[in-house]
Write a protein that binds this ligand. Structure first.
Ligand SMILES: Cc1ncc(COP(=O)(O)O)c(C=O)c1O
Length: 366
C-alpha cells in the first residue's frame, strides 16, 4: 500500500495516534469514564453553558459562512484588532497547517525551537518543506543568539515559536521576539495558552507585518472537541490564507459555540482563574516529591523533570491508579512528564497517587 503514498511522506508515518486514552484505560483495567485525563491540557470545567445552548439550534442543512463574519467581528472586539486581521481555522492545528501551506512548502524551510509543540514540524513536512531546529537549553530557555544566528544563516520562510511554550510553560522573552522580527523573517507566535498567561504580542501586529499570532478556543473556552482556532496577522496575509484553505474549514457548530463563548467570557475567565490558582497550588505540592522537579508555568499544565525514577515507569504507575499524564520518547524530554491542571479533586487524586508511589519505592531508588 505504501507505494501509493508520497515517498517523502512515507518516513513520517508513525501511526502514533494508534492508542487512544480509552484503549489505554482498558489495558490497565480502568473504567474509561473513571480515567482522570491530565494528558492533553483540556479544560476540566468544559464549555460555557451558553455555548452548549447555542448548539441546540442551527441551520445544520446549510453551509456555514465561509468567511465566519459574525465570529470575526466578535473576535475583533475581543482582541482589539480589526476583522480584516483575523483568520479562522478548524482548531489551532488547522491554522498552523494552513500557515505552513501558505509560507513553507517544497524548496523552503521553517525554523523551530525544540522541544516544542509537535505540529509545527509535522505540518511543514506534510507540505514538503524542510525543518531546521534550534535546541532550547536544559531549562528549556531559547538562547537568543543561537536563534538569531540560525535565522541569519538559514533565512527560513517561517519561524514557529510558542508563548508560552508547550511543554515547559515558559513565555517567549520580548527581546528575543523583537530581535527575530527585526531580521525580517515571518515569525508565527503560538499563543494557545494566552488566557492563562495573560501575556500577548497582539499589540505588536501593527508594527510588524511579519508577525502572525495563533490562538485557540480549545483551552480557555473548553471547546477542544469542536475545533476553533484563529490567527491574528496582516490583512494581506489573511487574504492569502483565505485563498488556500478549504472554504468551509470551520463548521457552523464551532462558529456558534465560539461566539457564545465570547459573549460568556466572564464565566469562562472565572474558570481560567480557578485553573491558574490550582496550577500554583499543584506546583507547590509537586515540589514536595523528591523525584519530581516541576517547572514554573504560565499555562494550564506543569512539566516535571523526573529523577531517581524512570519517567515511563512513573507514567505507568500513575495510569494504574487511573491517572493519565503525558510522557515523552524524545531524548530531551524522556525524563519528564507533563501534567495538565485539573479540578482540585483531580490534583488530590494525583497527589495521593504520587504519595503511594513514593512510599512503594524507597526515596532515591533507581
Ligand atoms: C502550543 C499549542 N498550540 C496549539 C495547540 C492545538 O490547539 P487546537 O486544539 O486548537 O488545535 C496546542 C494543543 O495542545 C498547543 O499546546
Amino acid at each position: 500500500m505504501e507505494r501509493w503514498i508520497r515517498p517523502d511522506l512515507r518516513d513520517l508515518l508513525t501511526y502514533s495516534m494508534a492508542v487512544s486514552p480509552e484503549e489505554l484505560a482498558a489495558a490497565y483495567g480502568i473504567r474509561p469514564d473513571r480515567l482522570i485525563r491530565l494528558h492533553a491540557n483540556e479544560n476540566p470545567y468544559g464549555p460555557s453553558p451558553r455555548a452548549r445552548e447555542a448548539l441546540r439550534n442551527g441551520e445544520w442543512h446549510c453551509y456555514p459562512d465561509p468567511q465566519g463574519r459574525a465570529l470575526r467581528r466578535a473576535l475583533a472586539e475581543y482582541t482589539g484588532l480589526g476583522p480584516e486581521r483575523i483568520a479562522l481555522g478548524n482548531g489551532a492545528d488547522d491554522v498552523i497547517d494552513l500557515l505552513a501551506r501558505l509560507l513553507v512548502g517544497p524548496g523552503r524551510a521553517a525554523l523551530i525551537a525544540e522541544p516544542t509543540f509537535e505540529m509545527y514540524a509535522l505540518s511543514v513536512r506534510w507540505h514538503g518543506g524542510r525543518v531546521h531546529v534550534v535546541q532550547r537549553d536544559e531549562e528549556f530557555r531559547l538562547p537568543r543568539e543561537t536563534l538569531l544566528e540560525a535565522i541569519r544563516r538559514l533565512q527560513p520562510a517561517a519561524v514557529f515559536l510558542a508563548s508560552p511554550n508547550n511543554p515547559d510553560g515558559q513565555l517567549l522573552p520580548e527581546e528575543t521576539l523583537q530581535a527575530a522580527l527585526e531580521e525580517g523573517v515571518m515569525v508565527i507566535v503560538d499563543e494557545a495558552y494566552f488566557e492563562f498567561s495573560g501575556h500577548t504580542f497582539a499589540g505588536w501586529l501593527p508594527r510588524y507585518p511579519n508577525l502572525a499570532i495563533v490562538r485557540t478556543f480549545s483551552k480557555w473556552a473548553g471547546l477542544a472537541a469542536l475545533r476553533l482556532g484563529y490567527a491574528l496577522m496582516h490583512p494581506d496575509l489573511v487574504r492569502a490564507y483565505d485563498e488556500v484553505r478549504p472554504p468551509f474549514n470551520v463548521n457552523l457548530a464551532a462558529q456558534q459555540a465560539a461566539l457564545a463563548s465570547l459573549e460568556d467570557r466572564a464565566y469562562l475567565m472565572e474558570n481560567v482563574a480557578r485553573l491558574v490558582a490550582e496550577r500554583e497550588r499543584l506546583y507547590r505540592a509537586l515540589q514536595a516529591f523528591p523525584f519530581l522537579r516541576p517547572f514554573p508555568s504560565h499555562t494550564n499544565f506543569i512539566l516535571c523533570r523526573v529523577s531517581g525514577w524512570d519517567a515511563h515507569r512513573l507514567w505507568e504507575a500513575l495510569l494504574r491508579r487511573g491517572i493519565l499524564v503525558r510522557r515523552y520518547t524524545a531524548p530531551a524530554l524522556r525524563e519528564h512528564i507533563r501534567i495538565s491542571v485539573g479540578r482540585p479533586e483531580h490534583s488530590e487524586a494525583l497527589l495521593r497517587a504520587l504519595t503511594e508511589i513514593a512510599e512503594e519505592v524507597p526515596h532515591g531508588a533507581p
